[in-house]
Design a protein. Sequence first.
Length: 216
Amino acid sequence: MGEPVKLVLLGPPGAGKGTQAANLCERYGIPAISTGNMIRAAIAAGTPMGLAAKAVIDRGGLVADDVVVGIVKERLAQPDCEAGFVLDGFPRTIPQAEALEALGVELDAVVELELADETIIQRMSGRRVCPDCGASYHLTYQPPKAEGVCDECGAALSCRADDMPETVAERLRVYHSQTAPLSAFYRERGLLRTVQGQEQVADTTALMMKAVEDLA
Protein backbone atom coordinates (compact mmCIF):
# COMPACT_ATOMS: atom_id res chain seq x y z
CA MET A 1 0.00 0.00 0.00
CA GLY A 2 1.40 3.37 -0.98
CA GLU A 3 1.67 6.45 1.18
CA PRO A 4 -0.06 8.39 2.54
CA VAL A 5 -2.08 6.09 4.79
CA LYS A 6 -5.57 7.53 5.25
CA LEU A 7 -7.80 5.46 7.50
CA VAL A 8 -11.12 5.65 9.32
CA LEU A 9 -11.71 3.46 12.37
CA LEU A 10 -15.26 2.33 13.05
CA GLY A 11 -16.57 0.36 15.99
CA PRO A 12 -18.84 0.58 19.02
CA PRO A 13 -17.88 2.47 22.19
CA GLY A 14 -15.62 0.38 24.37
CA ALA A 15 -14.34 -1.80 21.52
CA GLY A 16 -10.80 -0.44 21.87
CA LYS A 17 -10.61 1.92 18.89
CA GLY A 18 -8.43 4.42 20.76
CA THR A 19 -5.81 1.79 21.55
CA GLN A 20 -5.77 0.52 17.98
CA ALA A 21 -5.60 4.06 16.58
CA ALA A 22 -2.51 4.70 18.73
CA ASN A 23 -0.90 1.47 17.49
CA LEU A 24 -1.57 2.33 13.83
CA CYS A 25 -0.18 5.83 14.32
CA GLU A 26 3.01 4.46 15.82
CA ARG A 27 3.34 1.90 13.03
CA TYR A 28 2.88 4.38 10.18
CA GLY A 29 4.06 7.61 11.79
CA ILE A 30 0.74 9.40 11.27
CA PRO A 31 -1.51 11.36 13.64
CA ALA A 32 -4.62 9.97 15.33
CA ILE A 33 -7.49 12.39 14.83
CA SER A 34 -10.27 12.24 17.41
CA THR A 35 -13.16 14.62 16.84
CA GLY A 36 -13.60 15.05 20.60
CA ASN A 37 -9.97 16.07 21.00
CA MET A 38 -10.16 18.28 17.91
CA ILE A 39 -13.22 20.14 19.16
CA ARG A 40 -11.52 20.77 22.51
CA ALA A 41 -8.34 21.93 20.73
CA ALA A 42 -10.29 24.20 18.37
CA ILE A 43 -12.11 25.75 21.33
CA ALA A 44 -8.81 26.28 23.17
CA ALA A 45 -7.23 27.83 20.06
CA GLY A 46 -10.22 30.12 19.51
CA THR A 47 -10.64 29.20 15.83
CA PRO A 48 -13.91 30.27 14.16
CA MET A 49 -15.16 26.66 14.16
CA GLY A 50 -14.02 26.24 17.75
CA LEU A 51 -15.96 29.31 18.86
CA ALA A 52 -19.05 28.02 17.04
CA ALA A 53 -18.71 24.66 18.79
CA LYS A 54 -18.21 26.30 22.20
CA ALA A 55 -21.42 28.30 21.82
CA VAL A 56 -23.37 25.09 21.19
CA ILE A 57 -21.69 23.10 23.97
CA ASP A 58 -22.22 25.93 26.47
CA ARG A 59 -25.95 25.65 25.77
CA GLY A 60 -25.81 21.91 26.39
CA GLY A 61 -26.40 21.03 22.75
CA LEU A 62 -24.73 18.67 20.30
CA VAL A 63 -22.27 20.17 17.85
CA ALA A 64 -23.86 20.31 14.39
CA ASP A 65 -22.44 18.34 11.48
CA ASP A 66 -21.30 21.43 9.57
CA VAL A 67 -19.26 22.62 12.56
CA VAL A 68 -17.71 19.19 13.15
CA VAL A 69 -16.91 18.85 9.43
CA GLY A 70 -15.34 22.32 9.48
CA ILE A 71 -13.12 21.36 12.41
CA VAL A 72 -12.10 18.12 10.65
CA LYS A 73 -11.28 20.13 7.51
CA GLU A 74 -9.11 22.53 9.54
CA ARG A 75 -7.29 19.61 11.16
CA LEU A 76 -6.67 17.66 7.92
CA ALA A 77 -5.12 20.78 6.37
CA GLN A 78 -2.30 20.77 8.94
CA PRO A 79 1.17 19.62 7.75
CA ASP A 80 1.33 16.48 9.93
CA CYS A 81 -1.58 14.99 7.95
CA GLU A 82 0.33 15.03 4.67
CA ALA A 83 1.65 11.51 5.40
CA GLY A 84 -1.84 10.31 6.32
CA PHE A 85 -4.02 10.00 9.39
CA VAL A 86 -6.33 7.77 11.41
CA LEU A 87 -9.80 9.24 11.97
CA ASP A 88 -11.34 7.93 15.19
CA GLY A 89 -14.88 9.06 16.02
CA PHE A 90 -15.60 10.63 12.64
CA PRO A 91 -17.65 10.13 10.63
CA ARG A 92 -20.44 9.01 12.97
CA THR A 93 -23.32 9.28 10.52
CA ILE A 94 -24.01 8.93 6.81
CA PRO A 95 -24.30 12.73 6.33
CA GLN A 96 -20.88 13.16 7.96
CA ALA A 97 -19.42 10.49 5.67
CA GLU A 98 -20.91 12.24 2.66
CA ALA A 99 -19.47 15.55 3.87
CA LEU A 100 -16.02 13.95 4.19
CA GLU A 101 -16.29 12.80 0.57
CA ALA A 102 -17.39 16.30 -0.45
CA LEU A 103 -14.15 17.65 1.04
CA GLY A 104 -12.30 15.51 -1.48
CA VAL A 105 -10.74 13.27 1.18
CA GLU A 106 -9.79 9.94 -0.41
CA LEU A 107 -9.50 7.10 2.10
CA ASP A 108 -7.32 4.02 1.77
CA ALA A 109 -9.55 1.95 4.03
CA VAL A 110 -12.25 1.98 6.67
CA VAL A 111 -11.47 -0.61 9.35
CA GLU A 112 -14.38 -1.71 11.51
CA LEU A 113 -13.59 -3.23 14.90
CA GLU A 114 -16.37 -5.65 15.84
CA LEU A 115 -17.16 -6.80 19.36
CA ALA A 116 -20.33 -8.28 20.87
CA ASP A 117 -22.47 -5.89 22.90
CA GLU A 118 -22.39 -8.24 25.91
CA THR A 119 -18.59 -8.24 25.88
CA ILE A 120 -18.46 -4.44 25.68
CA ILE A 121 -20.89 -4.03 28.58
CA GLN A 122 -18.83 -6.47 30.67
CA ARG A 123 -15.58 -4.70 29.84
CA MET A 124 -16.81 -1.17 30.44
CA SER A 125 -18.84 -1.89 33.57
CA GLY A 126 -15.69 -3.43 35.08
CA ARG A 127 -13.66 -0.25 34.71
CA ARG A 128 -12.79 1.74 37.83
CA VAL A 129 -11.02 5.07 38.15
CA CYS A 130 -9.36 6.97 40.95
CA PRO A 131 -11.10 10.35 41.41
CA ASP A 132 -7.96 11.80 43.02
CA CYS A 133 -5.01 10.80 40.81
CA GLY A 134 -6.81 9.52 37.69
CA ALA A 135 -5.32 6.01 37.72
CA SER A 136 -7.52 3.46 35.96
CA TYR A 137 -8.22 -0.20 36.67
CA HIS A 138 -10.42 -3.07 35.56
CA LEU A 139 -11.97 -5.58 37.93
CA THR A 140 -11.09 -8.45 35.57
CA TYR A 141 -8.12 -7.37 33.48
CA GLN A 142 -6.23 -4.96 35.77
CA PRO A 143 -7.59 -5.13 39.32
CA PRO A 144 -6.14 -2.98 42.11
CA LYS A 145 -4.01 -4.74 44.72
CA ALA A 146 -6.63 -4.03 47.38
CA GLU A 147 -10.28 -4.21 46.38
CA GLY A 148 -11.79 -0.79 45.72
CA VAL A 149 -8.61 1.11 46.61
CA CYS A 150 -6.18 2.95 44.31
CA ASP A 151 -2.68 1.43 44.26
CA GLU A 152 -1.13 4.87 43.70
CA CYS A 153 -2.73 7.09 46.32
CA GLY A 154 -5.08 4.93 48.40
CA ALA A 155 -8.27 6.75 47.44
CA ALA A 156 -11.54 4.86 46.98
CA LEU A 157 -12.13 3.88 43.34
CA SER A 158 -15.32 4.74 41.53
CA CYS A 159 -17.22 3.71 38.41
CA ARG A 160 -17.71 6.55 35.92
CA ALA A 161 -21.29 7.31 34.95
CA ASP A 162 -20.36 6.56 31.32
CA ASP A 163 -19.36 3.04 32.36
CA MET A 164 -22.59 2.11 34.16
CA PRO A 165 -24.21 -0.89 32.39
CA GLU A 166 -27.41 1.01 31.60
CA THR A 167 -25.42 3.95 30.17
CA VAL A 168 -23.25 1.66 28.06
CA ALA A 169 -26.36 -0.10 26.74
CA GLU A 170 -27.84 3.26 25.68
CA ARG A 171 -24.58 4.31 23.98
CA LEU A 172 -24.59 1.02 22.08
CA ARG A 173 -28.21 1.57 21.04
CA VAL A 174 -27.31 4.98 19.63
CA TYR A 175 -24.27 3.49 17.88
CA HIS A 176 -26.29 0.76 16.19
CA SER A 177 -28.95 3.20 15.01
CA GLN A 178 -26.72 6.08 13.87
CA THR A 179 -23.20 4.81 13.19
CA ALA A 180 -23.54 1.14 12.23
CA PRO A 181 -25.14 2.06 8.82
CA LEU A 182 -21.71 3.40 7.84
CA SER A 183 -20.60 -0.22 7.38
CA ALA A 184 -22.84 -0.63 4.32
CA PHE A 185 -21.95 2.87 3.09
CA TYR A 186 -18.23 2.06 2.98
CA ARG A 187 -18.73 -1.57 1.88
CA GLU A 188 -20.43 -0.27 -1.26
CA ARG A 189 -17.33 1.82 -1.93
CA GLY A 190 -15.01 -1.16 -1.52
CA LEU A 191 -13.27 0.41 1.47
CA LEU A 192 -14.54 -1.64 4.42
CA ARG A 193 -12.28 -4.09 6.27
CA THR A 194 -13.60 -5.92 9.35
CA VAL A 195 -11.54 -6.96 12.36
CA GLN A 196 -12.99 -9.14 15.12
CA GLY A 197 -11.99 -7.91 18.57
CA GLN A 198 -10.08 -10.53 20.54
CA GLU A 199 -9.74 -11.30 24.24
CA GLN A 200 -6.13 -10.09 24.22
CA VAL A 201 -5.36 -6.60 22.91
CA ALA A 202 -2.17 -7.83 21.20
CA ASP A 203 -4.20 -10.34 19.16
CA THR A 204 -6.61 -7.62 18.04
CA THR A 205 -3.65 -5.42 17.12
CA ALA A 206 -2.15 -8.20 14.97
CA LEU A 207 -5.42 -8.57 13.06
CA MET A 208 -5.71 -4.79 12.69
CA MET A 209 -2.20 -4.47 11.24
CA LYS A 210 -2.85 -7.34 8.82
CA ALA A 211 -6.10 -5.72 7.63
CA VAL A 212 -4.23 -2.52 6.80
CA GLU A 213 -1.11 -4.14 5.35
CA ASP A 214 -3.22 -6.40 3.12
CA LEU A 215 -4.64 -3.37 1.29
CA ALA A 216 -1.79 -3.44 -1.20
